[in-house]
Design a protein around this ligand. Structure first.
Ligand SMILES: [Zn+2]
Length: 65
């Protein structure tokens, strides 16, 4: 499962207007972009980015906020 998430995080390319369709991998909730991080307001996880355009959608590496 973790492997699948890592694989996805490296294959999803993220033009800015596609960010609206990215959902939280834990709760499938809406993610909000804030200071180049993606915040889930449902479970309060904050996801960083692997590169400028590729978010790191790994629950284990997300920070609680
Ligand atoms: Zn969530």
């Amino acid at each position: 499962m973790l492997f699948v998430q890592i694989l996805m995080s490296f294959t999803i390319v993220m033009p800015k207007d596609l960010l609206s369709i990215v959902v939280c991998p834990r709760c499938k909730g809406e993610l909000k972009m804030a200071r180049h991080k993606l915040d889930c307001k449902n479970c309060r996880l904050r996801f960083g980015f692997v590169t400028q355009d590729i978010p790191k959608m790994i629950i284990e590496e997300a920070e609680q906020y």
